[in-house]
Design a protein. Sequence first.
Length: 221
Amino acid sequence: MSTMTRTTRLLVTRRDPHTSAYAPVGELTHDPQAQTYAFTYRPEVTRGLPGLPLGETTVAPDLFPLFGQRIVSPRRADHDEALDLLALDPLAEPFEVLARSGGRSATDTLELTPMPEPGPLDLRFLVHGVRHLTEAERERIETLRPGQPLALRPEPTNPQDADAVLVTDDGHRLGYVPRPLLEYVRPAMERHHELTVERVNPPAAGFHMRLLVHLAGHLPA
């Protein structure tokens, strides 16, 4: 399991519960050397987030409470088990946990996704849309094993998003690439890349935690 990550930038998005469309809110960054966190809003945003003044870049030595509360506390008995579902070491840094989990919360529709830098791509993400699969397709996830090759397939006929990209196993649907990651995944698909199973979690973990995959390749500038 990994304990370190090169991810230093996370895109914070707000998902519309009715249309499932994602709207960028801002960027959460981490400077390991200065040991600081910063949050910057996108210029077009008019509705701010709790504890983060709109129109400002906020810097702090600790992770902002809005995001920190999305991480399982080390004091909880199920802490190690929760990180194991994400294929993370119990000592993983909070920023890495957010990058892997998406930071979903029952109290809002915010999600966080990594913003990879150009160059070698080493990206792990939870597959979206598992709840919308057929029963047979969800059962196929049960048969997957870590390291098993998967494939990415554009779905231009998707009625909700013509840019959608499917995660498939021998042509069978397993779910979708998270919408905020498409601007990184689509360019990587144009070059040599490998998509493999990182971890399959039991149904009790929830639809959004069922399948963790690993994409290796190259992200052009």
